[in-house]
Write a protein that binds this ligand. Structure first.
Ligand SMILES: *Cc1c(COP(=O)(O)O)cnc(C)c1O
Length: 374
């Protein structure tokens, strides 16, 4: 190679794929460390990520410890034990269950497996911050349908956006970040009305927390609707967010499709072990749900006394309207009091806060800080 050509190559810089420019920038808001620094304390509380304030079940921790000695081996690529326990728990077949490194992984895999660049993805807004990534990564066109009054999904308006090009409709129920819930009956009617070429992803990350329907009501829809996917996670009520395990109840075809676009060992050995154990403790899940409802009532009452508007939550967090108060000032004031919450501006609706229910002490600290701040 002549010296001049070598010189030219050496001065070229790395270029990244064009889709990178489409990927939304994730606004983390105020982190726990930010809150600790602002409050000059080490015991700041994080009510910003909808995690469970409760540690995992003790037998889950034991199972992880027992499995730790085996991590020189790869995990089961089929996650057979975990999938058969989910199947038992949900009264379906293991062949209709896809497991994943957090349920977010299935959202992205679904977009990759279902969408060519001329496809359309319909979802509500504000809703979960991962949905925009589905369009950005696959190159599909996204159609955001504003929530209706009361921050609930406008299923009629979403239905009107369905075309021959629609590949995915995502419905988040209960909805993150608003906590609002549509009864299973309404969901059933919607699934019934959507054309069969559309995959309906029902994101049920918080389904266990709602007290309107039996948490498994939508599972009954699966046999009649091969285009329906129920997305669930161990990150919320099971208290395993740090391990990253999610799953989809779906058709065998959907499972094969999302498996094909992912690496074979996406759920690690400790995560498979822990999730399989956690499923055996449904009494503990019920207990967690009950505790959350008690804290929901406590926080809602406290916010009501402060005269703040809140959405009707069926999840483990509350969506608080701030009226004409300055959102970023309020978020800063809470951080200075050692309380980290998620600002609405980062979630597509400035003038609101999303606050996760913590334990009683944490919730009291939030309410006190909020009373001081407004
Ligand atoms: C937390 C959450 C998830 C689950 O994410 P994981 O990847 O399983 O941790 C999925 N959907 C929504 C709406 C969520 O809020």
């Amino acid at each position: 190679m002549p010296a001049s050509a070598r010189h030219n190559v050496a001065t070229m810089t790395v270029t990244f794929a064009e889709k990178l420019a489409r990927i939304p920038h994730y606004e983390p808001g105020i982190s726990l460390d930010d809150a600790k620094a602002r409050a000059q304390t080490s015991d700041a509380v994080k009510l910003a990520s909808n995690e469970s304030p409760l540690p995992p079940h003790p037998q889950v921790i034991e199972a992880i410890a027992a499995a730790a000695g085996d991590i020189n081996r790869y995990p089961d690529p089929e996650a057979r034990v975990l999938r058969s326990r989910i199947a038992e728990r949900c009264e379906t077949e293991p062949g209709r269950i896809a497991v994943s490194n957090g349920s977010c992984e299935i959202l992205l895999a679904a977009a990759e497996a279902l969408c060519e660049p001329d496809a359309e993805i319909v979802y509500a807004w504000p809703s979960f911050s991962m949905y925009p990534h589905m369009a950005a990564l696959s190159g599909a066109r996204e159609i955001r349908v504003p929530l209706a009054d009361g921050w609930v999904h406008d299923l009629d308006a979403m239905h009107e956006e369905v075309t021959a090009a629609t590949q995915i409709v995502v419905v988040c129920n209960p909805n993150n970040p608003t906590g609002t819930y549509l009864p299973a009956e309404r969901i059933a009617a919607f699934v019934e009305s959507v054309p069969e070429h559309v995959t309906v992803i029902l994101d049920e990350a918080y389904i266990e927390y709602q007290a309107v329907d039996h948490p498994d009501a939508t599972i009954d829809l699966l046999p009649d609707h091969p285009n329906l996917v129920l997305l669930r996670t161990f990150s919320k009520v099971y208290g395993l967010a740090g391990l990253r395990v999610g799953y989809a109840l779906c058709s065998a075809q959907f499972r094969a499709a999302v498996d094909a676009v992912r690496q074979p060992f996406s759920v690690n050995l400790l995560a498979q072990t822990a999730a399989a154990e956690a499923l055996l403790h449904q009494d503990d899940v019920a207990n967690r749900v009950e505790k959350n409802i008690v804290e929901r009532m406590f926080v809602e009452e406290g916010l009501g006394e402060l005269g703040l508007e809140i959405a009707d939550s069926q999840a483990n967090f509350v969506w608080v309207g701030l009226g004409d108060r300055d959102e970023s000032e309020l978020v800063e004031a809470l951080a200075r009091a050692g309380v980290a919450v998620r600002p609405g501006a980062a979630l597509g609706a400035e003038g609101n806060l999303r606050v996760t229910y913590g334990n009683r002490d944490e919730n009291q600290r939030f309410l006190t800080a909020m009373a001081d701040a407004i």
